[in-house]
Design a protein around this ligand. Sequence first.
Ligand code: NG6
Ligand code: CA
Length: 524
Amino acid sequence: MNEVKLATLPVLMAVSIASAAQENQPLAGVFDTRPNVVMIYTDDLGYGDLECYGAKGVKTPNVNNLAKNGLRFTNAYTCASTSTPSRYSLLTGEYPWRKSGTDVAAGDAAMIISPEQYTVADVFKDAGYTTAAFGKWHLGLGAESGRQDWNAPIAPALADIGFDYSYIMAATADRVPCVFIENGKVANYDPSAPIHVSYKQNFEGEPTGRENPELLYNLKSSHGHDMSIVNGIGRIGYMKGGGSALWKDENIADSITSHAVEFIKNSGEKPFFIYFATNDVHVPRFPHERFREASEMGLRGDAIVQFDWCVGEIVRALKEQEVYENTLIILTSDNGAVLDDGYADLAEELVGDHSPTGGLRGGKYSAFEGGTRVPFIVHWPARIKKAGVRNGLVSQIDFLEVMAEVAGLSAASSLSADGNSSQVNVWLGNENETRPFAVGMASNHTLSLILDDWKYIEPKGGPAIVPWGTGIETGYSTEPQLYKKVAGEFDEAKNLASEEPAVLKAMQGMLENIRNNRNFWIEE
Ligand code: NG6
Ligand code: CA
């Protein structure tokens, strides 16, 4: 049983990484059937937050449809329990802990992915696709942190890492600057209100949430979020100006969706890749009026309904363009769920009997399952003929490599530091296949190693509860933790580290191998 399997584990294959991908050519023959690809990447949507994953008090009919007619995975992992590191890994295929500066980024962070790095957008461009990014970016812009001129074109930007078109928020909705950036320039730029941004000090005469709480007319902060006020909501960081370019939080979902729909309509003959990264359901949760009270859970539930509407609009546009059949839609989340993440939006008070993590321990920020296990749906009518639930392990680390396969790129060697192209079979639904392992990173960089039946959380000190008011258990401990799957779920209440020393040792060795070797893989 487990011992036998574990004994064969740490077999290592060190494969060199392609420094550039010029040698990659689209494969002849697959050209005409290559799908369009839409990656729908949600923010802070927990494992249990969609109706098709057991959500209560909220309806998600559009997502349910994708799950019903596609594949719904129950053991899919993101690479980290916060946004920036997860997104870094998703787009580059490199674990976030290999590269410094991939922690939750400020709104004035320099671009974290360097133009020399090969990204999933480059994969698609090399394969002859048109590429676009919409919504939350949170991976930095410009050459130097804190030195961007927001009143001029910013470089490097997304065009330098493979995106033909982009309409993004620099960081998060709770971080300044609160403007959309289209192809490296502030969208709807208002010359009468030049934009200044600082994460160090306020601009003279500008109100802040800390000093002027009476101006927080749309949402009050519960912790932090007490610097600049935009649209009656306190933010992280200081900004001045923006004028008519400032976003209204209630319109964010509409703005990114309408731009994505427009892009689909104008896509022309080439296949396209869309990275559609929603602001929902991150804080500040301030959905449009037409979604208010659409759920039984207040603003957080309403934001889920709004998200589902966005999915419906994308699907509708694909159908109108008659490309729905041959479009691969992947829907997943950057990290697990959180209720109170810094605004008094009653998420905790109104949650009722809904479990945002689907009963998993921990949540956003944590090493426990609630931090990195996420919804994961794959939908591609032309290709996936047998819909259903898949229980195999999946990791977002493979996105770049799997997409290279889907786009028909022939690669002489590995295209990423840590992804594995063979996982295309798992992603497209081969029932008998599973990833041999997944690695997750908590907010203090504690790593977890996940196998089919065992989960190991490495020892590292830290507070037992996220210290800034979310109430979430971190899973940090100075002791090693070893959890076993019981009836399909890791029992993260029962640490078996001292009872199962052989398993513990094997997993510790394997994690060290992964840490020390790019392209670590286990031979079948
Ligand atoms: C935290 C913020 C939280 C959220 C998070 C990043 C406070 C008190 N909390 O520091 O609100 O913005 O960073 O979330 O400021 S993420 O999903 O983008 O990683
Ligand atoms: Ca997030």
